[in-house]
Design a protein around this ligand. Sequence first.
Ligand SMILES: Cc1cc2nc3c(=O)[nH]c(=O)nc-3n(C[C@H](O)[C@H](O)[C@H](O)COP(=O)(O)OP(=O)(O)OC[C@H]3O[C@@H](n4cnc5c(N)ncnc54)[C@H](O)[C@@H]3O)c2cc1C
Length: 482
Amino acid sequence: MSVVVVGNGMAGARLVGELRRRDRRLPVTVFGAEESPPYNRVLLSDVLAGRSGPGDIGLTAPGWYAGNDVDARLGVPVTGVDRAARTVTSADGRVTPYDALVLATGSAPVVPPLRGMDAAGVVAFRTIEDCRAILRHAAAARSAVVVGGGLLGLEAARGLAGRGMPVTVVHRPGHLMDRQLDPEAGGVLRRVLADLGVATFLGARVAAARTAGGRVTGVELDDGTLLEADLVVLACGVRPETGLASAAGLPVGRGVLVDDRLRSVGDPRVHAIGECAQHQDTMYGLVAPAWEQAGVVADVLTGRDARYAGSRPVTRLKAAGIDLAAMGETGLGDDEAEVVRFADPVRGTYKKVVIKDDRLVGAILLGETGTAGLLSQLYTRAAPLPPDRLHLLFHGMGTGPPADTPVRIPDAAVVCHCNNVTKGGIRASWEAGSRDVRDVAAGTRATTGCGGCRDTVTGILEWLRSQDAGASPAAPATVNPL
Ligand SMILES: Cc1cc2nc3c(=O)[nH]c(=O)nc-3n(C[C@H](O)[C@H](O)[C@H](O)COP(=O)(O)OP(=O)(O)OC[C@H]3O[C@@H](n4cnc5c(N)ncnc54)[C@H](O)[C@@H]3O)c2cc1C
């Protein structure tokens, strides 16, 4: 049995690691079109904002592949799959046989087919090389335009504004982060961004990039508005990389169609995971589902009976000065569900929970995210809600239990959503000798995805320390457990 993995990004690299954890001898080859060893793509926003360096976000230690007997072909894209012969052909002309093939080819950024988009200074935001290019241009740029006001675009805009550059976001829908937020939350977010030096044009369409001498000088909108900019960052969507699968005759919808074992519905020897896969009509653009899928495929390929049942991901914006968490169906109104909301636009706060059949089906916390951990637990577990709704919005208010403290978080509650690590897992890690976040990360991987759970893990460790020291567990440190 030999496994070939195509794509060494967040999903592919995780799969290779998971395979090795389960089987030291299984022959594994991984192809990566990018030359660099795998890195945490999620943290590129931190690199852009100057919170991390490009060298800080690697996913494998130097020498890991050689030390673990994995044949890693970095900078070598796969160009074709021959399913009858069970081989892949790579750009270096080599032909590599497989018994099981896993496509983990991710997505490519959408570059609008408009005049000037190939000019110097126009850069998509997807890879570490893109990030380096943006930083190079930013060093000399006086102002920037970001095309796209989704999660990625806003993180890029905030990162650039934090470097002291005037930034304008151009977004085609009528409100920011329209996939995660309702219009009211989008409006509050817009005000918050304006205070942080990010201007926004909503309902606006880019018509072309203006150029001079091959360099970008601005962006024209279709209503004739001209925005000057010598850096244009494209964050206007992604397209799943399904070309190999289509060319190999595999069924493809928006992504490679897979069953509950993440096998292609057209060939049980081919799997697909991450952003290129379509499971039960759903495509995910977040890392937690990609890593969950990698774990399931690692199980399946090493003879375990595992199934993927879909994910309920939580989105967090990683931007200095903006606290935002969103999950599920946030657009539902009072006629469709029980909706509880609080808005204080002047102070940049908006909170909303959407409830159906006494279960949380959606939530937005903007500006103050003290109950984000509680809500994400209730959402991911589809747990019944306590009758008092107030403490869902405000930490420590209402008559319900203060569920988002280290004491009260149930052991089964997921603390690190990217890596599916529960509070019980962190407690077990403590009992095995972990004493700080670094130890826990090494033992459980908690905090190594988007990093949003770091404060919670710290709080749980403090609480465990205080318990061991004999302090009263009745007075725990209060943390945000997301
Ligand atoms: C800046 C940024 C910030 C983000 N922030 C968050 C966040 O806060 N939270 C979150 O959950 N998600 C976030 N995401 C999304 C997250 O990074 C993706 O969902 C995740 O990377 C998907 O993993 P993947 O392996 O499917 O795709 P990728 O990580 O894109 O990996 C695919 C890899 O396959 C390679 N490849 C493609 N074709 C071939 C081929 N033919 N041969 C060989 N290799 C090939 C590509 O070069 C790439 O390296 C962010 C993404 C970006 C870009």
